[in-house]
Every structure is written in structure tokens, then in C-alpha cells.
Ligand binder design. Structure first.
Ligand code: F6P
Length: 554
């Protein structure tokens, strides 16, 4: 047996048991599981940190959960959870901790990294953010023509974009000032052009968001923003009033021309996709205020405490994660849908895509051996109820198994007519339809009742069968507040970590994005007609020629 197989997840005793159990479960329909157990909802319901989880509409029995918990313990999950909170170098390939939980540690406890307590720096940066937000909101900090700021432009990509944008949009009801907040991420010139088009440089503040301060898209966009500023009334002296930066690479930011006092630090032990809790979250604090930002942190901290202390069997991130392992590794699911039934949370799927897919889109385990089992799923989704008129057809009648998280507040921020009751009814009816489906007999009877002939009804009925037995989780909270949004995102962060721990992979590096960057630099030389000796495949060469107007010879 090769090293890969020797240490493989498949060698755990629970793997064989779950494999056998999957055979058993495959022949069971959730309709019957609900009939056999009137208390199924209560049995598979739990809550923590303001988040309620109904996981009864899953293809599980108590035995399933017990076997999954066995796997978690065999994979040393409790020890791995503790290792994260204790700042161990669980990001093994970069030899770093993954301590996003430290960013929301509101207690006075120390957290040590390399024998140094990192909490003083975290607290100082929170104070720096607080002062900055206050100075902007109170118009103490003004632009070069002495006007208060009206617009914030956050320039960043990936975790330096998705997290702050999602959270700020999720908490729109809590925006407590007149500031407009814009984001520039893409290197497509249309993005920054559309943002700058309507702005006044006198009253625009740029936040350059980049942990590495080396991301091409962000640096190129910052150069455009800077030249726009200098062309429209700004000068080298007044840049300091209009440009601040959030980075772990202070030196590069200073080299770029950002004043040292305008730099908010972040640290190597915070991954980009886990960084919205750091000063990368400045757009959040500028829109909802520092009290709101601290409430966001405290919500995440409440989920952290739950994750660290709750028994695995009652642990929301653990339950969510193990269900994903069950579907991905034993029932053949390749994707997972995130369906927020909340207009403000419509950006959640995009953030969780990076969080999950950049963390667990790996195929080599911690020992460097290829995994002989599947790992991170494809994350997709969108706002409900819109998705019901777009992709739910596949969820109901497609050939693929795609478990889905339905996420909905019990109360809307905007009680209009019966809208929230209708939205809530849609959310529940979708999970119910996915679970119970519609048999051919039921479909045919409906058609007969509708007046179709026996022949027509017999012909059409197969097309109206809904198999059902399609799993979903329903996550609820009272309202989408800073606390509950913080807890919800922390829940997904910990779910991702648990899955990575089970799959024995490193959830905190992202070597896969390096090759594209390297090849991109080579191709750019060719597109800019700079000297390059690089041999290219005929496709890339042909496409470059098209770009350079040397089209195809007809
Ligand atoms: O996609 C790779 C990546 O490094 C992400 O992990 C990160 O969020 C993004 O690029 C931006 O990186 P930075 O914050 O260093 O500009």
C-alpha cells in the first residue's frame, strides 16, 4: 500500500463503516424517515450564537451521525480544533498559524505566536480603526479642498474585496452615515472606470486593501486611482489625505507612496479569505460604524466559543462539515449550494466560494501525498426566491445531487405587505419539495383531476415526477444583525476548517493560484510586444496573435 493509501482517510475504521452505511441509506427515502420518526425535526435541530440549524431534511439517521462523529474523532478533530485556537502552525506549507479567531477575541486573554502575545497589536489596530472611522465620520479628516469625504473606494481583490463587500452589503440597514462605499477589484478597466466616473476627487478616500501589497490587479488599479487623483486637483502632498492602506507588507506600501501613519497592519497568520475581521474590514466599519463592527466581531466570537467548547454532536460547524463529507465522500455530491433567502445577504455565496474553494480545493494531503478521495466541493448559489426561477429546476429534477443550505431570517428589516411570509413560505416549500418530491402516481392523479384523459395523464406524468430525497439544511436567525452575520460567517469558516481537518489537507495555503500569475506575466510581455523568449502552445500563440491584430490567415 503506497504512503498515500497508508495514511489515507480511507484507512480509518469509520470509512468502511460509512461506506457500508451509505449502501443502506441509499435505499431509504426521507419521506419514510420522517414517517418513522415523528420527532425527527427536534432530533436533528440545534442552535448556537443566534444561529438555528434544522438538519432533519438530510439523508441521515442517528446511526449516520454517530458514524460521522466516529470519523471526526478518528481524524483527531478535537485536537485539531484546539491546535487552531492555540496558534499552532496548522498552515503547514507556509509554517504559520491560522488565527482569524484572534481578530475577534474581545477578552483580555493572550494568544501566543512564536512566544509573542499577538493581542496587543490586534487591539492597537482596532483602536487605530476606531480613531480613523471617528475622524472620517466627524469630518475631522477632510480632503485637500477641506471638504468632508463623501465616497470611499476600496481597492482590493479576493479576500481583500469579497468579505468587506459582502458584510457591508448584508448590513445595509445599519449604515449610519452618508458615506457612499465603492469597490474596485477587477483588472478590467471598466470596473475602475465605472466607479471613478461619478466621483469627486476632493471628497473621495481610497483604501488600498492588499495583504501582500503585491497583487497585480490591486496595484494597477491603485496606479490608475492615483493618476486620476493627481490629474483632478490632487498633488503629491495631498495624496496622504486621500490614500490609506491595509497590508501585512508595510515596506511595499511605503515604497508605493502610502504614508506610514496611513497604513493599517495585518499579519501573516491571517489568511486573505479570513481577513474581513481585520482592518480589511474598514469599509464595514466606515459604513456601519465601529460599534457595529465590534458587534460583528462579537457574533463571530460567540460562534468561536461554541466551536471550541461544544460537544461534537451539538457543534454547528462540525455537523455542517460532516454532512458535507457524507454527501461528497459517500453519496457522490460534487457541489454544494448556498441559498440566502435574504436580499441583503445575496453576496454570501460569492464570499463562501472563495472561503471554501480556495481553502479546500486541494488534492494533496498534509504529507504531500495525492488524496485518494474527493475534497472541497464546488460552491454555488444565489439569493432566494430568485433562484427558484433560475436553477432550482436542476435541484428538483436534475441527475446530480447538490445539497443546499437555505438561509433565512425569521424577521425582515423591511416588513412590506405579506412579503416576508411569502418569502418564508417559498424557502420552506423548496426544502419540503426537495425532501418529499412527488411520485408518478401523485403526478398522474393531479393530471386526471385536472381533466386530462387517462392516456394523456399517463404520457405526461413521468415528466412531472419529482424524485425528492434531495438534502437541505435550513439555517435561521431572528434578524440579519451585525452579531448574527458575524456568527454566520464564522460558522462557515469553521465548517471549512473541519472538512479540511477530516480530509487531512491544508485549508490555509493557495499554491494553485501561482501558476496562472506566472504564465500571465509571460503572456503580458507578448501582448505588450515586449521581448520574450517563451515558447507557447499554438492555442495561446494563436489567441495572442488575434489580440495583436495578426488574425488567422484565411
Ligand atoms: O487568490 C489569491 C489571493 O492571494 C487570495 O488568497 C487573496 O485574498 C487575494 O489573492 C488578494 O491577495 P492580497 O490581499 O495579498 O492582495
Amino acid at each position: 500500500m503506497s504512503n498515500a493509501h497508508k495514511n489515507s482517510l480511507k484507512s480509518l475504521p469509520s470509512w468502511a463503516a460509512l461506506d457500508a452505511h451509505a449502501e443502506h441509506i441509499s435505499s431509504q427515502h426521507m419521506r419514510d424517515l420522517f414517517k418513522e420518526d415523528p420527532d425527527r425535526f427536534n432530533r436533528f435541530f440545534t442552535e448556537a450564537a443566534g444561529i438555528k440549524l434544522d438538519y432533519s431534511k438530510n439523508r441521515i439517521t442517528p446511526e449516520t451521525m454517530s458514524l460521522l462523529m466516529d470519523m471526526a474523532r478518528e481524524a483527531k478533530l478535537p485536537e485539531k480544533i484546539e491546535a487552531m485556537f492555540q496558534g499552532k502552525a496548522i498552515n503547514t506549507t507556509e509554517k504559520r498559524p491560522a488565527l482569524h479567531v484572534a481578530l475577534r477575541n474581545l477578552s483580555d486573554e493572550s494568544i501566543m505566536v512564536d512566544d509573542k502575545d499577538i493581542m496587543p497589536e490586534v487591539r492597537d489596530t482596532l483602536k487605530q480603526m476606531d480613531q480613523f472611522v471617528w475622524r472620517i465620520h466627524s469630518a475631522q479628516w477632510r480632503g485637500f479642498s477641506n471638504k468632508p469625504f463623501t465616497d470611499i473606494v476600496s481597492i482590493g481583490i479576493g479576500g481583500s474585496f469579497l468579505g468587506p463587500k459582502l458584510v457591508s452589503a448584508s448590513l445595509k440597514p445599519y449604515w449610519n452615515n452618508a458615506l457612499n462605499c465603492h469597490y474596485v477589484a477587477n483588472i478590467d478597466g471598466s470596473h475602475i472606470t465605472e466607479v471613478l466616473k461619478h466621483l469627486n476627487p476632493e471628497t473621495t478616500l481610497f483604501i488600498i486593501q492588499s495583504k501582500s501589497f503585491g497583487t497585480q490587479e490591486t496595484l494597477e488599479n491603485t496606479k490608475v486611482a492615483r493618476s486620476w487623483f493627481l490629474r483632478n486637483g490632487g498633488n503629491l502632498e495631498t495624496i496622504a489625505k486621500h490614500f490609506v492602506a491595509v497590508t501585512a507588507n508595510t515596506e511595499a506600501a511605503i515604497d508605493f507612496g502610502i504614508q506610514q501613519e496611513n497604513i493599517f497592519p495585518m499579519w501573516d497568520w491571517v489568511g486573505g479569505r479570513y481577513s474581513l475581521w481585520s482592518a480589511i474590514g474598514l469599509p464595514i466599519a466606515l459604513t456601519i460604524g465601529m460599534d457595529g463592527f465590534k458587534a460583528l466581531l462579537s457574533g463571530a466570537n460567540a460562534m468561536d466559543t461554541h466551536f471550541r467548547t461544544a460537544p461534537l454532536e451539538e457543534n454547528l460547524p462540525v455537523i455542517q462539515a460532516l454532512l458535507g463529507v457524507w454527501y461528497g465522500n459517500f453519496l457522490g455530491a460534487d457541489s454544494h449550494a448556498i441559498l440566502p433567502y435574504d436580499h441583503y445577504l445575496r453576496g454570501l455565496p460569492a464570499h463562501i466560494q472563495q472561503l471554501d474553494m480556495e481553502s479546500n480545493g486541494k488534492s494533496v494531503d498534509l504529507d504531500g501525498s495525492p488524496t485518494d478521495y474527493t475534497t472541497g466541493p464546488i460552491i454555488w448559489g444565489g439569493a432566494g426566491a430568485n433562484g427558484q426561477h433560475a436553477y432550482h429546476q436542476l435541484l428538483h429534477q436534475g441527475t446530480r445531487l447538490s445539497p443546499a443550505d437555505f438561509i433565512i431570517p425569521l424577521q425582515s428589516h423591511n416588513p412590506v405587505a405579506n412579503h416576508h411570509a411569502i418569502l418564508f413560505a417559498n424557502c420552506l416549500s423548496q426544502t419540503q419539495a426537495l425532501m418529499q418530491g412527488k411520485t408518478e402516481q401523485e403526478a398522474k392523479q393531479e393530471l386526471l383531476d385536472g381533466g386530462l384523459s387517462e392516456k394523456e395523464a399517463t404520457k405526461l406524468a413521468p415528466h412531472k415526477v419529482i424524485q425528492g430525497n434531495r438534502p437541505s439544511n435550513t439555517l435561521l436567525f431572528d434578524r440579519a444583525t451585525p452579531r448574527t452575520v458575524g456568527a454566520l460567517i464564522a460558522l462557515y469558516e469553521h465548517k471549512v476548517y473541519v472538512q479540511g481537518a477530516i480530509w487531512n489537507i491544508n485549508s490555509f495555503d493557495q499554491w494553485g493560484v501561482e501558476l496562472g500569475k506566472q504564465l500571465g506575466n509571460e503572456i503580458l510581455h507578448k501582448l505588450l510586444k515586449e521581448p520574450s523568449t517563451n515558447e507557447l502552445d499554438s492555442s495561446t500563440e494563436g489567441l495572442i496573435n488575434l489580440y495583436n491584430g495578426q488574425g488567422q490567415s484565411t
